[in-house]
Write a protein that binds this ligand. Structure first.
Ligand SMILES: [Zn+2]
Ligand SMILES: [Zn+2]
Length: 102
């Protein structure tokens, strides 16, 4: 008997879903610490991993220093659209998704 989602849960700025307590989550430096960045955003851990899989620290520092810019990246945009259809506590275990013919 689930009711409407809790509004007190933080929102992941990458996929715009809530981040319920207990799901893997981590903080991302919008500007890498090496470059003196201090501001962090809380993300689902899988969303955070996607950022670093798609971009290098140098690219993040130069071109992707806000959640809006990250969401505009083609690979991350695709990921966000995909993960947005999953429940908030979805945790990726098997990379590759549904099996198709090879
Ligand atoms: Zn997310
Ligand atoms: Zn990060």
């Amino acid at each position: 008997m689930e009711s409407a989602p809790e509004t007190s849960d933080p929102i992941c700025p990458l996929c715009l879903r809530t981040i319920p307590a207990g799901v893997p989550q981590s903080r991302h430096h919008l500007i890498p610490r090496l470059k003196g960045g201090r501001e962090t955003v809380l993300l689902h851990h899988i969303c955070h991993k996607e950022i670093h899989a798609a971009l290098t620290e140098a690219e993040i520092a130069r071109d992707y220093d806000t959640p809006e810019k990250l969401r505009a990246h083609p690979r991350i945009a695709k990921f966000a659209a995909w993960v947005a259809k999953r429940p908030p506590d979805f945790v990726s275990r098997t990379p590759g998704g549904p099996r198709r013919k090879r």
